[in-house]
Design a protein around this ligand. Structure first.
Ligand code: TRP
Length: 330
């Protein structure tokens, strides 16, 4: 089976519908056909200022949410990045293979560092994509399911794998981005020009929000003045977003869903969105609460995932140290 690795940051108190429909649901679907590795990337989270207690809580809560989504520790290696020291070890080696100019061209760094106040941004934020490359290469992943916004980081990962292989001999699999055809790109309910994001909370449907809050956000979703339901992401982005959400959540073709609302106004469309999202979120929240209630069991699952991840990662790092001329601890 081809190997797959992906990661998600523990930087919110809840995953949102965009995370679920754009990534997590796809991870769950891949578990039986791929050799799957999924990480909570807490080392990436500290690239911007982070409260230690909050980080610890969010890492645990994020892990529970991965399980609640349907990731199964029997089928996937699910782990927390900081429990696998090989990530940081390989990242250092890869930083020494990356050109300063090459790293400077990463557009996500330019956006994120601007938000952190330019020069105040950390060097860790600058080298973030190199740590991401290490995450992927350590596991010899063939495919990396990521969103469109991660393409440039995947290109860097491929370049670094090829560079290492060229300089030191064949060591790493050169991975491909896996951009799933069927994943819905969920947009912000208040500003349909933007992708749904935790940094814009009023237009973001957090799965662990209370039902009332989710309902209210959907009712307030921005539509348009056309007054009829059509799937037209350019002219009617808000309405099309709701159609796409209903289609994805009910596993129906968008054309069929759109047909059902032909001639109707936006009220029934919003109600239908509430009807698919609210029960799902409610069940999800119950599963998360159950998992969080048994702390010892959750820790056991985390530790076991990390143990398996370290086993795989160690094979790569031993070879890397040997090829580069470094010594492993004896
Ligand atoms: N940068 C990714 C994101 O923000 C998260 C990530 C970190 C990741 N390491 C990874 C994704 C490795 C895929 C593979 O979405």
């Amino acid at each position: 089976m081809p190997r797959v690795l992906s990661g998600i940051q523990p930087t919110a108190d809840s995953f949102h519908l965009g995370n679920y429909l754009g990534a997590l649901r796809n991870w769950v679907a891949m578990q039986r056909d791929y050799d799957t590795f999924f990480a909570i990337v807490d080392l990436h989270a500290i690239t911007v200022p982070t409260d230690p207690v909050e980080l610890q809580d969010r890492t645990r809560l994020s892990f529970a949410q991965l399980l609640a989504c349907g990731l199964d520790p029997e089928l996937s290696c699910i782990f927390v990045q900081s429990q696998v020291p090989q990530h940081a070890e390989l990242a250092w080696v890869m930083q020494c293979l990356t050109g300063f100019g090459e790293a400077s061209r990463m557009t996500q760094f330019k956006d994120k560092s601007a938000r952190e106040g330019g020069d105040a941004a950390s060097v860790g934020l600058f080298t973030y994509p190199i740590l991401q490359a290490a995450d992927i290469l350590l596991y010899q992943a063939d495919q990396v399911p990521v969103g469109e916004d991660q393409r440039q980081h995947l290109e860097l990962t491929r370049d670094l794998a090829q560079r290492f292989n060229g300089r030191y001999g064949d060591t790493f699999v050169v991975p491909d981005a896996y951009i799933a055809k069927e994943t819905a790109r969920v947009v912000d309910l208040q500003n349909p020009a933007a992708k749904m994001s935790k940094s814009l909370p009023t237009g973001c449907l957090f799965l662990l929000d209370e039902s009332k809050v989710i309902e209210k956000k959907i009712k307030r979703a921005v539509t348009d003045s056309v007054g009829e339901v059509h799937f037209d992401p350019v002219e009617q982005p808000g309405v099309s977003n709701l159609l796409a959400v209903i289609a994805a959540m009910s596993d129906s073709p968008i054309a069929e869903v759109t047909e059902n609302f032909a001639g109707g106004g936006y009220g029934p469309l919003k109600q239908a969105t509430i009807d698919v999202v609210v029960p799902f979120a409610r069940d999800f929240a119950v599963r998360v609460a159950d998992l969080m209630a048994d702390r010892a069991e959750l820790d056991r699952i985390m530790d076991e995932g990390a143990r398996r991840a370290r086993e795989v990662a160690d094979v790569s790092i031993v070879e890397v140290y040997d090829r580069v001329g470094l010594r492993r601890p004896s």
